[in-house]
Write a protein that binds this ligand. Structure first.
Ligand code: SAH
Ligand code: SF4
Length: 352
């Protein structure tokens, strides 16, 4: 039987649990700080606690749901990707990208994904299950422990691994909230970015909650016909409504919104498509991330040429739209979303 994960508890729940065990209130704070400040990974590490409490913790809670199944390093050593096996044998992926002073983690919110975007390895797997808040945040803690060995910390976290975070809204935001506790891990909401395929009700809820978490929208096309052929969810939430919701978000929060655009050869990389994008984003406080497609097994599309990437960016630049071409970090270790888990699932994975 799988024990409940200790990271699924917030501080009041942990406090209640310890109270039920007859422990004084200050013990809960000690456990919390052990988990989120000292980054202790197992009950035995809590040397400041009495043995009966350590035993109680060990008997009643799992201190990890993430078993490392495979670890890959990019050739330049700057990107690390880990494939984790969950207790029910689902797989998820987490990626660490080192770039100058930044230590960015790309974490998963679901095993698989229900959204079926045609070019995405995770979409090609289909939906397996939601991660719990504890399983989402444990990915951050695992890497935080490793970075701490070099005196470092994660600086940014992006919800761009497997899954659609707004399809698992509560757990995702609970994970972010829990990591934000100043008496715990103390990583503020502004250091997180949620990337969504465009689930409108969730975007509106996020806007109403005036979250300080960054928002990125996977746009990828400027017409409904093209976008629906790539991202089936567009049939339910078409572009016009999506852009309006983004406008409301920027007005309510004062923050800019990021759009992601995977450039695919002869699909969405023409100058005409760039012109349409310019029109669409007119007057919006935004930034565009251009990501040359990471080819996947289940999709015939190819990456755009270097020339068309440059021409596409030039059109946005000329129109005064802030945009960057994302450097393809970790491409040699299939750091694209879902690519490792897809292979593990099909039995193709060779565990090192
Ligand atoms: N489900 C969320 C977050 C995870 S995907 C979303 O769709 O936004 C993170 C980003 O990677 C998204 O912008 C997604 O469109 C993009 N992506 C997925 N597969 C890709 C591929 N093969 N090449 C390039 N980008 C890809
Ligand atoms: Fe899901 Fe995002 Fe992949 Fe689409 S791109 S299938 S929403 S993970």
């Amino acid at each position: 039987m799988t024990l409940p994960l200790i990271f699924d508890l917030d501080l009041p729940q942990l406090t209640q649990q310890l109270k039920d065990w007859g422990q004084p209130a200050y013990r809960a704070k000690q456990v919390w700080q052990g988990l989120y400040q000292n980054l202790w990974a197992k009950p035995q590490d809590f040397s400041n606690l009495p043995k009966d409490l350590r035993d109680n913790l060990a008997e009643n809670f799992a201190f990890t749901h993430l078993e490392e199944a495979q670890r890959l390093y990019s050739k330049d050593g700057q990107t690390t990707k880990v494939l984790f096996r969950l207790p029910d044998s689902q797989y998820i992926e987490t990626v660490l990208m080192r770039y100058e002073d930044r230590r960015t983690l790309c974490i998963s919110s679901q095993a698989g994904c229900a959204m079926g975007c045609v070019f995405c390895a995770t979409g090609q797997m289909g939906f397996r299950r939601n991660l719990s808040s504890g399983e989402i945040l444990e990915q951050v803690l695992v890497f935080a422990r490793q970075l701490a060995e070099d005196g470092e910390r994660p600086t940014n976290v992006v919800l761009m691994g497997m899954g659609e975070p707004f399809h698992n809204y509560d757990a995702t935001l609970e994970a972010i909230d829990r990591l934000g506790d100043p008496d715990g891990f103390n990583m503020g909401a502004r250091r997180f970015t949620i990337s969504t395929v465009g689930l409108l009700p969730a975007i509106r809820r996020f806007t109403a909650e005036k979250r300080q978490v960054g928002l990125a929208i996977s746009l990828h096309a400027a017409t409904d016909e093209l976008r629906s052929s790539m991202l089936p969810i567009n049939d339910r939430y078409p572009i016009k409504d999506l852009i309006r919701a983004c406008q409301e978000y920027t007005e309510a929060t004062g923050r800019r919104v990021t759009f992601e655009w995977a450039l695919i050869l002869d699909q969405n990389d023409s100058p005409e498509e760039a012109d349409r994008l310019v029109k669409l984003l007119h007057g919006l406080n935004c930034h565009v991330n251009i990501i040359p497609l990471n080819p996947t097994q289940g999709y015939a599309g190819q990456r755009s040429t270097r020339e068309s990437v440059a021409a596409f960016k030039q059109i946005l630049d000329n129109a005064g739209i802030s945009c960057t071409v994302r450097v393809r970090r970790g491409i040699d270790i299939q750091a694209g979303c879902g690519q490792l888990a897809e292979r593990a699932d099909g039995g193709l994975l060779q565990v090192n």
